[in-house]
Design a protein around this ligand. Sequence first.
Ligand code: S3P
Length: 426
Amino acid sequence: MGEVTCPGDKSISQRAVMIGSLLNADIKITGFLNGEDPISTANALNKIGSSIAIEGTEVNIKKRVDPFTSSDGLVDLGNSGTGMRLMMGLVSGLGLDAILVGDESLSKRPMLRVANPLNEMGASVTCEEGMPPVNISPGQITNNFLYEMPIASAQVKSSIILAALAANKKVSVIEKSPTRDHTERMIRYFEGDIESKEHNSGNIITYNPSELSSKPSYEVVGDFSSAAFMIVAGLIARDSRILVKNVGMNPTRSGLLHVLKSMGGKISIKNTATICNEEVADILVESSDLHGVDVKGDIIPIIIDEIPILSIAASFAKGTTLIKDAAELRVKESDRLAAISDGLLKINIDHELFDDGIKINGSDKDIDDLVEIDSHGDHRIAMSFLIASLRSKNGIRVKDCKNIFTSFPTFLSSMKELGLSINEQT
Ligand code: S3P
């Protein structure tokens, strides 16, 4: 049986360096994802006066001697949408000047979804044509701001909460459907006053100004989104049985497990525990005869990052899988719906693309020809089609895989441990 340990969670690692910096005490973070996105976020924080040192998966944040400062020079968030959007809130809440920039992909992503509510809240954030660079100057964050999000976004929610946390103001955010709640859980872990109540089909989250208490350390659990690639690999490979250890099981992240089980996936959960207010477990997966399902509505925000790899599971499932209400995929690191369709076309999987989703007619046949897939510079598209090669007779070549380092730097070695050999060509 193959066995592999899941690397640290990207969303939680980024929040840990942000909230860890606000605690202003010495704190050690373990299990940190040493990937490009969390590193960009840590570097951005150091630019405004944090003292964060990264050594592998261990991070040490030192108590600051000086207050946070406006950054001279650009603050570069690389490929990280989470880094940029959450920093917009944090920098605004601290009342600093900064210009946030990103790479080519991030420079095309929408930022008004965060800039608009922050400005309504009293911040001063501008960006031309709604995209980076983002200019932030000191504003005056108001007390008691209430915001109902038009889209279900954990980044928007977290940005607003971080602005309030840094400015020491009360805030409430309404989400129409549940989204990942790591920010809320982490604030609660450090004894901040934040509550989440069910509201219609979503939640209303209220942060009340409160002193956070530091702790000597914080442990980041494994990233469900990275585990998802290994889980689907285990399901679609012939004769496989694998154990993925240290998987973050937060219910606002692990919705894909329900989908895969409803497709007939043989998945069992072992050794559940709670670490720093986040659930974690080991997941045992066996080759399965999958069948298609419909996936739409409120589950979409909590499986949003897993839809590329779900599309691969659907490609090798019997019957049709229909994914709808997922227009947000169009504004991720790439237009993921178009990128998935592009790749499926190459591997001969019959499908139909919609504005907000895709219908996939699975096939139980293996892929015959050696094909070349364009990742569109997107880490999750690249990893998804590399996993698809498990069902290919002559291999799949995926172009432009460097962004795998943003979220899953140990992807190649983990896949090797599970028995999938991937050759790297530069
Ligand atoms: C994230 C939230 C999601 C997700 C992204 C990480 C986060 O984005 O797609 O990879 O860490 O808050 P949205 O909030 O835009 O849905």
